[in-house]
Design a protein around this ligand. Structure first.
Ligand code: BGC
Ligand code: BGC
Length: 871
């Protein structure tokens, strides 16, 4: 796994660099010294992970001209406070818990330095998807306990972080800006700064101190589920944006007390190389050479540091086989040494637990490597106890603890956290403020990339009759993408976005003003023949590894959107496609079926920005031209996952920088429709949906060692102990299957991989609280034991679902979510090598219909039905 590693060197621990503003040259000299020592053993011992994989060429790394967070006043304050702190208080500062698992009163016993709200963590005692009020109460409740004076406890304000990554996107009513991929297309650094400012104001107003952005990944593989969180595949663009976003969020470099001015701390993430993992696998291994790592993946960091970034988040990924959370060479010597970063390094969600030899509750190696604050969402208690013990035993040197705490206190002091005045907190009128929404709408206009406009079908005359169709036409959740009100951005309804406009609503507004009219029909039906149809479709929202794909084909094996385009085309209606997505996808058939095609990315709450560009003014001239230019190369085949400008043989359909304007006369010819990828490589998480078992999966019935494949809508196991027939479900004719166990002997239904299937590794999903979701209806209650299983050999155990099914009222469709982790036979068992993602067995009579079997990311309501402990 580390064969390609550069020559690895170990770094003597006593030569740690203490960076100082303006001490770049000295730091550089020290760092150079650091790298001339003995080669490490070929097989790095787990605990020495960090020390082993080092950079070999420190001179390749830029010396950022850090404006420095250090100043005499802050340092004096920090030193005085540090001198009064107990070891418990110091260790507490180094740990961050998630508000789903920590209560304010816990801070009395565990003086944590920070709390976060993870993607799907609601405010205290409030529902998912809450407006600012409960968030402000939550912030105040935690802060109040952290500031209590108890005995000789030093009051230190807790720092509250959230993924405000496209606006303050977890707060109902907040302005949702386009995702970074779209902002990249806008190619407008000043716009980025203004978005940062507005985001900071909405974040501070809701009680937070810290936004976990900007993402400075330079995604090189568009199959990566986080490609959209990056601005561009082009390191130059990321470089030009990095400092602007940090300055927007935090204020001018060197500003004192940004919080008092409606600013928050930023977090440049994920350091380093997250966008370059092998095969685009999230949290995977980046095998770039050191030169590529510096040139491509580090492009944004020096600018972020120059702008005074207060925090940097370590990446889940590895470089040359070594997890970043354990990489002392990069975290300490390069980032804090050579590049002069004097804020603190925060970890990612239990990311320290992935360092060899570590668990989420125990990881001295990460702190020793340079991690200053661990993100320990649900593991904070154990991590606190163990880290304290390691600090006492010397396994983590006190000098390292003091360095980490100094950095954390420095940030807190510079941010203004010790100042009780928080003039922006509670100003809820700033959340979704008209000027922020106007800015987001301007951003939407600038992010749109016109790929095709044959025959000048755009702009649309303002008095035209327009049919607005497609699944994204009137769906603010879909147009906002991942990281919106929930981690995955799924499960949102229109009412969750009080301050928003759908794309249809924006078109209706523009057409009504111009004397035309818009008719909405998702399915593309109409009462009055339209002059033109605008069809809004694309990817459903996703986040992180749940968005990883192996083909860039849009809807492989199930071309619903294409069917809609063709249906309209066949009626002679000109078709304008508005494509929503988190990455460029192979859409040649959809491009062929459209007269005009607009890549709109995930524009966010201001759907009106689309009408601004698509619908002409009363004079028939465009009101706004297309300004977006691709910041990611657009693929010619679905196999071009790694398609980046400058690579040998670069052969995109549309190159980086492409984008038509209203002045262009270019015509896109008919394109080949062979995707180049077998559709069976998809569907890693969809096992039975819409009445079918998508490739590479098949459904089988098993009885007494004999297996019968379910080829049609009626089947029976070997001697009939289990039979199956199609039933209507989920509003679809034959959308489900009814299973009838006679009870004569044990039999099971299972989903198994066909010959083209690759074994699934569901470890990351299990760790990320993903569940196996079953939509079912009990038609006749179970008369004996029923178990549900996942096939991974001895590492898996069957889950008893008898009581779950017995409790379900007969004849009613229900959804069960069984946490993947429940299938582990032991806490350290690995859910890998799975060729059978679902099986249900019974040996007594039961009648059950199923409509859906799939993985589900939203953890709400997920259980282990046969275990009592909590979640
Ligand atoms: C993501 C980070 C995010 C953190 C907190 C992690 O899983 O990788 O980008 O900031 O969770 O939600
Ligand atoms: C959290 C996210 C986090 C993810 C990591 C989710 O449960 O809500 O914030 O990034 O887990 O796996």
């Amino acid at each position: 796994m580390i064969e390609n590693a550069p020559r690895r060197r170990s770094v003597p621990s006593d030569l740690r660099v203490k960076p100082r503003a303006g001490a770049g040259a000295v730091a550089a000299a020290v760092v150079t010294l650091l790298f001339c020592s003995a080669p490490a053993p070929a097989q790095a011992p787990a605990a020495a992970n960090g020390a082993a994989a080092g950079v070999a060429h420190p001179e390749l790394w830029p010396e950022a001209a850090s404006r420095g967070l250090e100043d005499a006043r802050t340092e004096a304050f920090v030193e005085a406070l540090l001198a009064k702190m107990s070891l418990e208080e110091k260790v507490g500062q180094m740990i961050q818990g998630d508000i789903l698992s920590v209560r304010p009163e816990d801070l009395r016993r565990y003086p944590l330095g920070s709390i976060l709200a993870g993607g799907s963590s609601p405010p205290l005692d409030a529902p998912d998807r809450s407006p600012a009020g409960p968030w402000i109460d939550t912030a105040r409740a935690f802060r109040a306990v952290s500031l209590e004076r108890r005995g000789d406890h030093e009051p230190i304000p807790v720092m509250f972080g959230i993924d405000a990554v496209h606006g303050n996107n977890n707060v109902v009513g907040a302005t949702i800006f386009p995702h970074n991929i779209g902002l990249g297309a806008a190619n407008d650094p000043k716009l980025i700064r203004r978005i940062g400012e507005a985001t900071a104001v909405e974040t501070a107003a809701a009680g937070f101190d810290w936004a976990f952005g900007p993402t400075l990944a330079v995604p090189q593989n568009d199959g990566w589920g986080r490609a959209y969180e990056g601005y561009s595949e082009d390191p130059d663009l990321v470089r030009r944006y990095a400092g602007e976003m940090v300055t927007g969020l935090q204020g001018e470099p060197g500003l004192r007390g940004p919080l008092q001015r409606g600013r928050v701390a930023a977090s440049a993430k994920h350091f380093l190389g997250d966008g370059g993992t092998e095969g685009g696998v999230d949290q995977g291994d980046n095998r770039a050479s050191e030169e590529q790592l510096v040139r491509v993946h580090n492009a944004g960091y020096p600018k972020a540091i120059e702008a005074g970034a207060m925090t940097v988040m370590a990446s889940f990924s590895s470089w040359q086989g070594v997890k970043m959370h354990g990489n002392r060479s990069l975290l300490t010597d390069v980032l804090k040494g050579r590049m002069g970063f004097d804020g603190f390094v925060v970890g990612d969600w239990n990311g320290h637990g992935q360092v060899p030899g570590c668990t989420p509750t125990d990881c001295a190696a990460a702190f020793n490597a340079g991690l200053d604050m661990a993100m320990a969402p649900d593991s904070w208690k154990g991590l606190y106890e163990n880290t304290l013990a390691q600090a006492r035993s010397g396994a983590i040197p006190i000098a390292r603890i003091d360095d980490a705490v100094r950095r954390i206190l420095r940030v807190k002091h510079r941010l203004g956290l010790f100042d009780p005045a928080r003039p922006f907190e509670g100003r809820t009128e700033l959340i979704g403020a008209p000027e922020h929404r106007a800015l987001a709408r301007e951003a939407v206009r600038k992010t749109l990339v016109l790929l095709k406009n044959n025959g000048g079908v755009l702009p649309i005359r303002p008095d035209a009759k327009v049919l607005v169709a497609g699944p994204g036409a009137d769906d603010v959740g879909m147009q906002s993408g991942g990281w919106t009100l929930s981690w995955q951005g799924t499960g949102n309804r229109r009412s969750d976005f009080p301050n928003a406009q759908s794309i249809y609503e924006g078109l209706r507004e523009a057409l009504q003003a111009g004397g035309g009219r818009a008719e909405l029909s998702v399915a593309g039906e109409f009462t009055e023949r339209p002059d033109v149809a605008v069809v809004v479709f694309g990817e459903a929202p996703y986040a992180e590894f749940l968005g990883d794909v192996q083909t860039l084909e849009h809807q492989p094996g199930d071309k619903r959107d294409l069917a809609l385009l063709k249906k309209l085309k066949a009626q002679g209606i000109p078709v304008v496609s508005v494509f929503l997505s988190g990455r460029p996808l192979w859409v040649n058939p959809e491009l062929n079926a459209s007269d005009a095609f607009v890549a709109a990315w995930w524009p966010g709450s201001e759907g009106g920005g689309i009408a601004d560009v698509l619908v002409a003014g009363r004079d028939g001239k465009p009101r706004h031209d297309f300004q977006g230019r691709l910041s990611f190369s657009w693929p010619r085949t679905a196999a071009q996952l790694e398609l980046n400008k400058g690579q040998p043989g670069y052969d995109p359909l549309f190159p980086l920088g492409y984008g038509l304007t209203y002045a262009s006369r270019d015509t896109v010819p008919a394109l080949p429709e062979i995707s180049g990828v077998n559709a069976a490589t998809t569907n890693a998480g969809n096992y039975y949906l819409n009445g079918r078992t998508p490739p590479p999966w098949r459904m089988v019935l098993r009885e007494g060692g004999r297996t019968v494949a379910v080829e049609t809508n009626a089947a029976a196991s070997a001697s009939g102990a289990l039979s199956l027939r199609a039933v209507d479900a989920a509003g679809r004719q034959e959308g489900g299957r009814q299973l009838r166990w006679s009870g004569q002997r044990e039999a099971s239904v299972a989903i198994v991989g066909g010959p083209e299937a690759k074994p699934l590794d569901l470890e990351r999903q299990a760790n990320g609280d993903v569940s196996l979701q079953l939509q079912y209806r009990v038609d006749a209650a179970p008369q004996g034991k029923v178990t549900m299983a996942l096939g991974c050999g001895p590492a898996c155990r069957p889950v008893d679902v008898t009581s779950l099914l017995a409790a379900a009222p007969a004849g009613e469709w229900r959804t069960a979510k069984i946490r993947l982790a429940c299938f582990r036979s032991a806490p350290d068992a690995k859910l890998a090598g799975i060729l059978e993602p679902f099986a249900l067995s019974a040996d007594a009579p039961l009648q059950l219909s199923i409509a859906e079997v799939r993985l589900m990311a939203d953890p709400s309501g997920a259980t282990c039905p046969d275990r009592t402990e909590g979640k």
